[in-house]
Design a binder for this molecule. Structure first.
Ligand code: SF4
Length: 64
């Protein structure tokens, strides 16, 4: 899976970083940054939960 964030949609709520902290962090500009673009199998459920929880649907998951 490849993970990315659409910076035009992200509003910096940080829900993603709370749910999947090894994959997302929120930078000083209140934008989510993907710190692990190809997450390990073990965290994929967290990543999917974060994508579902994002209020602006800014998280893009490219399933392999
Ligand atoms: S939950 Fe969505 S809107 Fe909030 S920081 Fe993460 S990607 Fe951005």
């Amino acid at each position: 899976m490849k993970v990315s964030v659409d910076g035009t949609k992200c509003e910096g709520h940080a829900l993603c970083a709370g749910i999947a902290p090894t994959v997302f962090e929120v930078n000083a500009d209140d934008l989510a940054v993907v710190i692990e673009e190809s997450p390990q199998e073990a965290v994929l459920s967290e990543v999917r939960s974060a994508a579902s929880a994002c209020p602006t649907m800014a998280i893009v998951l490219d399933e392999d």
